[in-house]
Write a protein that binds this ligand. Structure first.
Ligand code: DLL
Length: 449
């Protein structure tokens, strides 16, 4: 990719600290779309020639790479799903010989075979560039100390964020996830400027600090770049106030690259800009897959990679629900709205669709309630309907009677805003499991089978 860089127009209040942006961040939409088209034509032909699965799928769908004449022609090509990656386990989706694969990552595989992804040296360089771009947009600058609490290992979070922070010119503290006491010690001693973590893990850290008698607003931290799980504006507010930081969003998924597919600008905090010089996004109707929706309409996010060598990915169905919005801080690069949830995390309660993020949004508006909650789905014996119990901690220093009143309020608000009845159980502060990374919110207790 082009390494030319130009100064940002007005991204920073003072000229002396104006960040230097990648040239692709400042190009016009027309120039960007021309680049997308040529890269897309190349990628589609490259995938067809090198990956048997793509050849088979394109042939079955009756499309050929030469059919891609304009960007909208992408809609003629078949989707790729996680199932495809699982079937091709471990290396069937790779488009280069193994000796050109510089790195492998994989999903945990708790729900079946893991999905395996690979990167060439160029892929790793592009990835680092895009993560660096995302961090810079979120306020991180060369020379800053960055505490990386994303998990290292097969998960793309740790190493992906690490390489991006290094590429930006930061001093990286490769802490990884877990060992919360140690995290706090190092934050106190090393005095980092920025922290990289999942939002719920940063909450765990803040909580543990308060328990140790450390004021979470008193640390050296000024910026947080948070992602890897859905979170809400209410959670951003909670973390910004609790820790006296600016918190920005970062999005990505291993099948498409890892963190840094999209990143949020700290000066606008209005959603992640998708780095469209490397990925072409589409929004499709999650129920009627053949329909590509217009910008602004909510649906399932689909990505096609434009530069990847080891694992080109064509129309990958992320299952993430969001919408495309016009670019702001980086005008040519469209933004994605916050992810409301994943289609496979949707709870269907008596015909009403519900996501954990909706509960988070509503609960955090009730002052007595904390952001620590979990959702239990049960099917009471003899009943044909599922039932939802929201277990949520009241905040420290809130008496239990006030917690009971808050439970009523939460139940009513859920009924009004989501449209379904549930049980709310307000529990003791500190009684629910804390996050170590990606937090599990839903506990499905229904009888199996
Ligand atoms: O979670 C990559 C990542 C690491 C992103 C660190 C950001 C920071 P996977 O483990 O493959 O990759 O999980 C990808 O996580 O499809 C979304 O459902 C969810 N996700 C990732 N970022 C966000 C976000 C990494 N900012 C899956 N908001 C995705 C909401 C997110 N959901």
């Amino acid at each position: 990719m082009t390494q030319n860089t130009v100064a940002a127009p007005t991204a920073s209040p003072s000229k002396a600290t104006a960040p230097v942006l990648d040239r692709e961040e400042t190009i016009s939409r027309d120039e960007l779309e021309a680049l997308q088209l040529s890269r897309l034509q190349h990628t589609v032909a490259y995938a067809y020639d090198r990956v048997p699965l793509y050849k088979r799928k394109f042939d079955e769908a009756g499309v050929h790479p030469s059919d891609l004449r304009e960007l909208s022609d992408l809609g003629k090509f078949p989707y790729t799903t996680k199932e495809d990656l699982r079937l091709e386990y471990p290396f069937g989706m790779f488009a280069v010989p193994q000796d050109q694969v510089a790195r492998i990552h994989a999903s945990s595989g708790t729900t079946g075979r893991p999905t395996v992804v690979g990167y060439t040296k160029n892929d790793l360089a592009n990835w680092a560039t895009l993560v660096a771009r995302s961090f810079r947009a979120s306020g991180v600058r060369p020379g800053m100390k960055v505490h990386n609490a994303y998990g290292y290992g097969l998960f793309t979070g740790g190493l992906g964020a690490h390489a991006g922070a290094e590429a930006l010119g930061c001093t990286v503290i490769p802490m990884s996830g877990g060992q919360t006491e140690r995290q706090i010690q190092l934050i106190q001693d090393f005095k980092p400027d920025a922290i990289l973590a999942t939002p719920t893990y940063l909450l765990t850290i803040a909580d543990a600090m308060a328990h140790q008698g450390i004021d979470p607003t008193s640390t050296s931290l000024k910026y947080a770049v948070l992602g890897a799980e859905p979170w809400t504006e209410e959670m951003r507010h909670e973390l910004e106030v609790t820790m006296n930081i600016k918190a920005s969003d970062i999005y990505g998924l291993s099948e498409v690259m890892g963190p840094g597919v999209a990143g949020e600008a700290v000066e606008t905090q209005d959603g992640c800009h998708i780095w469209e010089d490397h990925f072409r996004p589409e929004i499709i109707d999650p129920f009627d897959h053949s329909t590509v929706l217009d910008d602004g309409e909510p649906g399932e996010l689909v990505f096609t990679s434009l530069t990847k060598e080891a694992l080109p990915i064509i129309r990958y169905r992320t299952k993430d629900l969001t919408r495309l919005l016009p670019g702001t801080a980086r005008p040519a690069h469209r933004r994605m709205g916050r992810i409301t949830g994943r289609s496979d995390d949707m709870i269907i309660l008596r015909g009403v669709n519900l996501f954990p993020s909706q509960i988070e949004e509503i609960a955090l508006r009730i002052p007595e309630l904390s952001p620590h909650f979990q959702l239990e789905i049960t099917r009471p014996e003899g009943k044909r309907m599922d039932s939802l119990t929201v277990k949520i901690e009241r905040r420290e220093n809130v008496p239990s009677e006030a917690g009971t009143t808050a439970a009523h309020t939460l139940r009513e608000q859920i009924k009004i805003h989501v449209g379904s009845s549930c049980v709310v159980d307000v529990v003791e502060p500190g009684s629910l499991e804390r996050s170590n990374g990606k937090l599990r919110r839903i506990y499905d207790m229904r009888p199996k089978g």
